[in-house]
Design a binder for this molecule. Structure first.
Ligand SMILES: Cc1cc2nc3c(=O)[nH]c(=O)nc-3n(C[C@H](O)[C@H](O)[C@H](O)COP(=O)(O)OP(=O)(O)OC[C@H]3O[C@@H](n4cnc5c(N)ncnc54)[C@H](O)[C@@H]3O)c2cc1C
Length: 452
């Protein structure tokens, strides 16, 4: 089997490496280990993807979900939870998981990358300073926001910067997260149950205005003064225990998520606004999708374009979905809609509804590219308003054959199960059988094609 080189050891790189290794490839992963302490929140949806990839050590690090209190547009809600993690420990555990599953992990700084359809070469400096080169058949670019991209961005959102700092002796009395909007942006505070906390303030990053300042402490303190909810979390005795760290948070979509011999995964393909809290979810999902795409390109070159198209479409749709959901959330904060930070974000990326499946075209059965047995295949799926990518299986039951089976019966005689419940919830099934025939569901798709 060919060998694949993965650049970067965050969630996207590690999950891609694990899945490629499972498909039989010799996988080499080169990454610089994370040194700075960054706290992030993991949405519960990521767990399944991590477990599925075999990230046992990383999953074992996760504690119980903590409550999330949001203060937005003058109202406070606490309906959500998230799991807090230190990215330094989490990423180290991901790398250990990859290594334990047969991925060859090398610590080093990548300095040069070249790739053609036949071969790719990576030059890097090993931990001790030795200069090395590695050759492979395919590259997985997973260096996150540090992956080279300056001239190749298809779409870029409003510039954003995240300033963060850690504190001790905070006033909070239980572990949790607090998010609060303010005239210049928004803030996220993650507190632990020992009165420690990590504060991140997101502001407009136009022309690197903040990054140019040599001493960010007074600016950071001045921002805190504008956010009463965060002042309450910190209290009077909080003491900073780290310098102010600056991270770029501008959303962008790379022009070529996949090209000759290279696939970009995670933040290397597209970066989303941290407001979504789904960056790691998308990185893990991209890692899961990248492996069958690479496998199809290398083993079934005749259908390589189907795999590339699947991956390009997937990246674009995910990026735009997050951008539009983010736009609607920014719009829901109406107190400062005339101020620069809020004004620019309420108009980007466009006016298309976030869940844009035109009424009358769903539900429908559509033939589309899907992942099956490690390859990209074209199969029939059921598309609904809230599942625009389509659904093929519910709890292991293939939906389209189930619909065809029910359609061919005089009376409904199918074992009850999750798949039937799902069809009922989508109003495809009523008490007496299908509410719309399989032919009509397929016709909906034909109508769509004619009008496209
Ligand atoms: C301010 C901010 C807050 C965020 N908060 C959250 C949150 O709460 N929840 C969430 O889910 N997401 C959050 N995100 C998004 C999340 O951090 C990313 O989406 C996610 O880490 C992407 O994973 P990745 O594997 O693609 O890249 P990364 O996690 O960035 O990993 C990149 C890897 O490449 C390595 N690397 C880079 N350059 C080189 C080089 N030259 N040589 C060798 N190795 C290299 C790095 O060391 C690292 O191992 C946030 C993002 C920002 C900017």
């Amino acid at each position: 089997m060919e060998n694949v080189i993965v650049l970067g050891g965050g969630p996207a790189g590690c999950v891609s490496a694990l899945h490629l290794s499972r498909l039989g490839y010799q996988v080499h992963l080169i990454a610089q280990h994370r040194t700075s302490v960054i706290i992030e929140g993991l949405s519960i949806r990521v767990l399944e993807g991590l477990k599925n990839a075999g990230c046992v050590r990383a999953v074992a690090l996760l504690g119980d979900p903590v409550p999330r209190t949001a203060s937005w547009n003058g109202a406070t809600s606490d309906a959500n939870t998230e799991q807090l993690l230190s990215r330094r420990e989490f990423d180290a555990a991901l790398l250990a998981d990859a290594q334990a599953s047969g991925v060859a992990v090398t610590e080093g700084r990548i300095v040069n990358v070249r790739s053609t359809a036949e071969e790719c070469r990576v030059q890097f400096v090993r931990l001790g300073g030795a200069y090395s080169e590695m050759r492979g058949h395919f590259l997985v670019e997973a260096r996150g926001r540090r992956a080279p991209r300056s001239r190749a961005v298809a779409t870029r959102g409003c510039p954003g910067l995240a300033l963060s700092r850690r504190f001790e002796n905070c006033a909070i009395s239980h572990a949790g997260t607090w998010i609060a909007s303010f005239p210049k942006g928004w803030a996220w505070f993650a507190g632990d149950d020992e009165s420690g906390g990590s504060l991140q303030i997101i502001v407009d990053g136009a022309r690197g205005s903040w990054a140019r300042h040599s001493n960010l402490t007074p600016l950071f303190d001045a921002l805190i003064d504008q956010i009463p909810e965060i002042q309450q979390c910190l209290g009077k005795n909080a003491r900073a225990i780290s310098p102010v760290l600056v991270r770029e948070s501008t959303p962008y979509l790379h022009e070529k998520p996949i090209s000759e011999g290279v696939i970009r995964v995670g933040d290397a393909a597209f970066g989303i606004d941290p407001l979504s809290g789904h960056g790691m979810f998308e990185a893990v999902g991209a890692g899961m999708a990248a492996a069958p795409v690479v496998h199809t390109i290398l083993q079934r070159p005749r259908v390589a374009e189907l795999a590339r198209d699947f991956y390009r479409t997937r990246a674009r749709e995910a990026f735009l979905r997050h951008a539009r959901v983010g736009r609607d959330f920014y719009r829901s904060e109406q107190r400062w809609s005339d101020l620069s930070y809020w004004q620019t974000r309420r108009d980007w990326p466009d006016e298309v509804p976030a869940h844009a499946v035109p009424a009358g075209q769903v539900p429908r059965i559509q033939r589309t590219a899907v992942i099956e047995n490690g390859f990209i295949e074209r199969r029939e799926v059921v598309v609904t308003a809230n599942q625009p990518r389509g659904v093929r299986f519910i709890e292991g039951t293939p939906l389209v054959p189930l619909i065809d089976l029910i359609d061919g019966q005089e009376s409904v005689d199918v074992k009850e199960g999750m798949a039937l419940n799902w069809l009922r919830a989508q109003h495809i099934m009523g008490p007496d059988g299908l509410t719309v025939s399989a032919a009509q569901l397929r016709d909906n798709c034909t109508v769509r094609r004619r009008t496209e």
